[in-house]
Design a protein around this ligand. Structure first.
Ligand SMILES: *[C@@H]1O[C@H](CO)[C@@H](O)[C@H](O)[C@H]1NC(C)=O
Ligand SMILES: *[C@@H]1O[C@H](CO)[C@@H](O)[C@H](O)[C@H]1NC(C)=O
Length: 321
């Protein structure tokens, strides 16, 4: 055989192997666990957005959903939109006693089966903005919900999850891979990534699987521009005059305008892209470690996170969120 035909053969074999591996991966990825009707899932932050939609979606598939809401209204809206199988309860993830009460009522609900799925979805974004405008309590307000809340809810639910050899699904963000703005949000999401990775390792011997969801930008309460702008105005207004002067008179308005423009472009209204990832993490035989939800996450933000920092320092005069 000539050298040319041998190298053709090698290339063909390599392509065939890659194709077979991809096909095998897709088939393996599509296997589901059995017995949805025997499985209970507890979701935090079900007042609106990802949590609300996921609760309805899993309820529609026949799973037993216990949906935790922060407000009575959130709970009532969800009850009205779901089957009678779905239960709601009120939960404040920054309040240990409130988490304890949730564990108690979920424990009664699941009995000896234990809890199949815990979805740590509750989160907040504001205060978010330039670091210098923040006080320490602006950071802790977000960290308490998005990181400490996730840790405490997980710790208190672990005994129920061990019983079922269940799953933990933690909602991080592409901003857990790429820190684009000041305040507690990016810090909390980096923390969720790290917490989830250590939890996965530590709970592996007990059959508990841990997945991380990394949504790109979606239209939810977390990206509501009126709330973000109102809070930014609060931060800006209380700054000492000399600090305001260092930014310049037009900075605030320009910042808000730039933020409105980029968020308008970036935020996708199709939040089912995110809840489909969550559902896969809960119902697939082989859940993935990380899910990048949305094409912006897969093709833009995650690749961008590997670029050198000079790209950001030159390219981004204004934060986008
Ligand atoms: C949640 O609990 C914390 C700590 O107990 C409390 O400071 C906060 O006001 C509560 N938030 C809501 C919305 O009830
Ligand atoms: C930014 O968007 C919010 C919400 O859509 C709106 O209330 C606000 O007026 C906008 N601000 C500017 C400066 O365009």
């Amino acid at each position: 055989m000539s050298i040319t035909s041998m190298s053709h053969l090698a290339v063909t074999c390599a392509l065939l192997l890659v194709t077979l591996a991809a096909v095998r991966w897709h088939i393996r990825d599509s296997y589901k666990v059995d017995g949805f009707s025997q499985k209970h899932v507890f979701i935090t932050g079900c007042d609106s957005g990802f949590g609300h939609l996921l609760a309805r979606q899993l309820d529609g598939k026949g799973l037993h959903v216990v949906a935790a809401c922060l407000t009575e209204k959130g709970a009532a809206d969800l009850t009205a939109a779901a089957s009678s199988r779905l239960k709601t309860l009120l939960l404040n993830v920054t309040d240990s006693a409130s988490i304890g009460r949730a564990v108690e009522s979920v424990s009664k609900e699941v009995g000896e089966r234990g809890l199949w799925g815990l979805v740590n979805n509750a989160g907040r974004s504001v205060p978010i903005g330039p670091t210098e405008w923040m006080k320490l309590e602006d950071f802790t307000k977000v960290l308490d919900v998005n990181l400490i809340g996730v840790i405490e809810v997980t710790l208190q639910f672990l005994p129920l999850l061990k019983k079922a050899q269940g799953r933990v699904v933690n909602v991080a963000s592409v901003l857990g891979r790429l820190s684009l703005t000041g305040g507690g949000y990016c810090l909390s999401k980096w923390g969720v990534e790290a917490f989830s990775d250590s939890l996965r390792r530590d709970m592996h011997p007990f059959g508990i699987k841990v997945s991380i969801i990394e949504p790109g930008f979606f239209k939810t309460a977390v990206t509501r521009l009126d709330l973000i702008e109102a809070d930014l105005r609060r931060l800006w207004t209380r700054l000492p005059q000399d600090v305001k002067d260092s930014y310049g008179e037009t900075y605030f308005d320009d910042y808000v305008k730039a933020q409105n423009f980029s968020m308008g472009l970036l935020c996708s209204p199709d939040i089912s892209k995110v809840t489909r990832c969550m559902e896969h993490a809960l119902t697939a035989r082989f859940p993935r470690t990380r899910y990048s939800a949305g094409w912006d996450a897969k093709l833009f933000w995650i690749p961008l996170s590997y670029l050198p920092s000079c790209v950001f320092l030159k390219g981004m005069k204004f934060n986008i969120l």
